[in-house]
Design a binder for this molecule. Sequence first.
Ligand SMILES: C=CC1=C(C)c2cc3[nH]c(cc4nc(cc5[nH]c(cc1n2)c(C)c5CCC(=O)O)C(CCC(=O)O)=C4C)c(C)c3C=C
Ligand code: FE2
Ligand code: FE2
Length: 387
Amino acid sequence: MACARQARTWATARSFRRSYATVQSAKSPTAIVMMNMGGPSTVPEVHDFLKNLFSDGDLIPLPFQRVLAPLIAKRRTPKIEDQYTAIGGGSPILRYTRAQGEGLCALLDELHPESAPHKPYVMFRYANPLTNSTLAEMHKDGVKRAVAFTQYPQYSCSTTGSSLNELYRKRDVDGARGVEWSVVDRWGTHPGFIEAVAQRIESALQKFSPDKRSDAVLLFSAHSLPMSVVNRGDPYILEVSASVSAVMQRLGNKNPYRLVWQSQVGPSAWMGMQTSEALKGLARLGRKEVVLVPIAFTSDHIETLYELDLEYGKEAEELGVEVHRAESLNESPVFIRALADIVSAHLRDYSASKIGPASVQLGLRCPGCTNAVCGQQKKWLAGAGLS
Ligand SMILES: C=CC1=C(C)c2cc3[nH]c(cc4nc(cc5[nH]c(cc1n2)c(C)c5CCC(=O)O)C(CCC(=O)O)=C4C)c(C)c3C=C
Ligand SMILES: [Fe+2]
Ligand SMILES: [Fe+2]
């Protein structure tokens, strides 16, 4: 009985807090915070991007991280600079994320007028705009309600988890403090996302001559994960697999397919099979028509434009394999509509108290997790992120 009474009191307090915040934020925008890793927009920004990336203990825990991270970044910079030069002089992720955010907020104003106006903010983990500068912008705009919206469709502690941990560390900074936060932390099987990917695959299939089309192998390719992360119970592999299954179902399972993994870094064991090995293996088995499908990242980046297109493209040519890559989602209107639907449903269900500020799944730490910040971040978000 006492428990039920306590739960009712909490529910009333939360509902009061929400309506109070809504009245307070009558004139300030609802912030839709587009979280992602980011990328260097120009070649001279590569070094700082890598330094930030190797300094992130949630992604790559290193002994003596503060000392080692700058050294590793410096050593790796020339190679990665060459890759960004080869794809046109920088990462297009900021441009695409801004376009996606603007498109989705324009739709959201119609889909969920109760929380309008909606304003997109980009919050990158390793490249500008970084967390602090985004929070400063939100503070300037007087934001009181914000949705932290991960742009990774499938959840991993090394990606979305890292961005949320960083937000938690900055919870007392102006722009974050006193803001009512909620989180969209994964959406890898949302029908709109699946539809957008399926349409990209259908366009790629059209590039084969009709007699070869149904033989083409759909090779879904996602960024790999170190086995140490997989083995502590990270949900990413499962969630990417679920996306692939949903896309195949939408396509009516008309083509054979495999899910393979790319972009492993360093000498430790990573999730396989590697994409380049799979291409070689398929060629050996006489499968000479392949569609490469990026499934875990929605905008172009070095893994699509350099690794898939240039590196594997050349490899495929040598192997005599006809490869077409499914275009990244980038500014696909079907995809932008999906983003708007995802946030609109979240805002509706949250304001009706049907869901909490974070998903039930986000509340569960990986069974093998030893990162204390993950636990603190989840507790903070479960309390509506109010400091
Ligand atoms: C869903 C996507 C990604 C996961 C999961 C991921 C995990 C992960 N990555 C590293 C190490 C590096 N990743 C690097 C670049 C990079 N990573 C992703 C995406 C995921 N990473 C992207 C899209 C990019 C490229 C960014 C771009 O603008 O193109 C790099 C830097 C490049 C390099 O030095 O090779 C490193 C390092 C780890 C260790 C990891 C899981 C723990
Ligand atoms: Fe990565
Ligand atoms: Fe985890």
